[in-house]
Ligand binder design. Structure first.
Ligand code: FAD
Length: 382
């Protein structure tokens, strides 16, 4: 780590967490001219939730207008496609179909279309079952919503590019550097960093982007009002991969279920199909995929792909959604991005509940955090 002395290191900005969100925030701070150190607990970047998702570039269909999810997803979608083209990150604007199985579900699609339009998502339209069958001959439905700006991205390529940008701007990424706790002080934040070479650091600004662990870090931050920290709920999503060729060229989604978008068909960049994620509320972090969950997958998938062969689904992997609202509250909520006005401290910004569409929103979210900090600084001096 740069700098140093008996009293610990004096730093400008520290970002805790090297998933796609911490990387995007660190990049945005570095591009804004700040000196940035990113601390990642693991031996590699992006090995937790950022490696355990669908890699979908979401369009921004589902979220309430003006929510952070809607704004950052729609802007993030556009920014991500531009960034992928500029940095030659593998991606595909393959498009997506949200399929209504029957006439009752059509009402949902009509509302979804209105929501997408309110959110500024380009190019969405409704099609009937016959057009659906022409577009994707193996997929069945009463009607579908076409979302042309949905796509897929190589999330690891994205994170590598973000990492390279941080270093090019003079920032530093430190692996095996778990933040154990800290203290909010008059001049910034002090942090205790563990690992092989434990160290105390002081920073003017700390951004807590530790994903599932953001709550633990805030809980270990002396001087932070515990009332600012939201509840934490965990919803695991399991995936099953398909043996055999993919039945569609676009992503296929059913109408959503509570807490998730429903068991959908996503494609990887090699055109292999996988299905998921489902929603399983859990108390402790664990990534095992119970093969018995396949039964529900067969049933859910056959609603839109009736010819799914028996025995063709294999347990693949799971990811965990960090949520601020649990099953009792319906599981849905916005991103919680607390700037200084909410944390009560000019030097501490905390991010909670950065579930889907976090990957899509990452570039826009990075700039949003920089603006939050800039506004707080201006307020203090103007
Ligand atoms: C099942 C599932 C499917 C999803 N699908 C999509 C999708 O298709 N499209 C989309 O846009 N979004 C999707 N998402 C959302 C997206 O994956 C997340 O929003 C995003 O990856 C969150 O990134 P993050 O950096 O906040 O968290 P993480 O990737 O978890 O990164 C947090 C980092 O903090 C580190 N850390 C933790 N504690 C400490 C500590 N004490 N000190 C230092 N470092 C620490 C961790 O090691 C980790 O690397 C999905 C999420 C899930 C769960």
């Amino acid at each position: 780590m740069p700098g140093g002395g008996a009293d610990g290191l004096q730093l400008d900005c520290v970002v805790i967490g090297g998933g796609v969100i911490g990387l995007a925030v660190a990049r945005a701070l570095a591009l804004a001219g700040r000196e940035v150190v990113l601390l990642e607990a693991e031996a590699a970047l992006g090995s937790i939730t950022s490696s355990r998702n669908s890699e979908v570039i979401h369009a921004g269909l589902y979220y309430p207008a003006d929510s952070l999810k809607a704004r950052l997803c729609v802007e993030g979608n556009r920014r991500l496609y531009d960034y992928c083209r500029e940095r030659r990150i593998a991606h595909s604007a393959c498009g997506k179909l949200v399929v209504a199985a029957d006439a009752q579900e059509l009402a949902y699609l009509e509302n979804l279309l209105a929501q997408a339009q309110a959110n500024g998502v380009p190019g969405c339209r409704l099609i009937d079952g016959a057009e659906l069958a022409r577009l994707e001959p193996q997929i069945r439905g009463f009607a579908a919503l076409v979302s042309p700006s949905t796509g897929i991205v190589d999330s690891h390529g994205l994170m590598q590019a973000l990492h390279a940008d941080i270093e090019e701007q003079g920032g530093t990424v430190v692996l095996n550097a778990p933040v154990l706790g800290g203290q909010l002080t008059d001049t910034g934040v002090r942090l205790s960093v563990g690992g092989r070479d434990p160290v105390e650091v002081a920073a003017r600004l700390v951004v807590n982007a530790a994903g599932l662990d953001a709550w633990t870090i805030s809980g270990a931050m002396t001087g932070l009002d515990a009332a600012t920290v939201p509840e934490r709920h965990l919803a695991r999503g399991c995936y099953f991969s398909l043996t055999g060729p993919a039945p569609a060229t676009r992503l296929i989604y059913p109408v959503p279920e509570k807490g998730g978008l429903g068991v959908h068909l996503t494609l990887d960049l090699g055109h292999q199909a996988r299905f998921g994620p489902d929603v399983e509320w859990i108390d402790a972090i664990g990534y095992d995929v119970d093969p018995r969950r396949a039964d529900r997958f067969y049933a859910a998938i056959r609603r839109y792909w009736p010819q799914l062969p028996d025995g063709s689904l294999q347990p693949a992997y799971a990811g965990i959604r960090p949520k601020v609202v649990g099953p009792q509250g319906g599981g849905g909520s916005d991103f919680v991005i607390q700037g200084p006005a909410t944390t009560g401290h000019a030097g501490y910004i905390a991010l909670y509940g950065i579930e889907s569409p976090g990957l899509t929103a990452s570039l826009a979210l990075g700039d949003y955090v920089v603006d939050l900090h800039r506004d707080a600084v201006l307020e203090r001096y103007v």
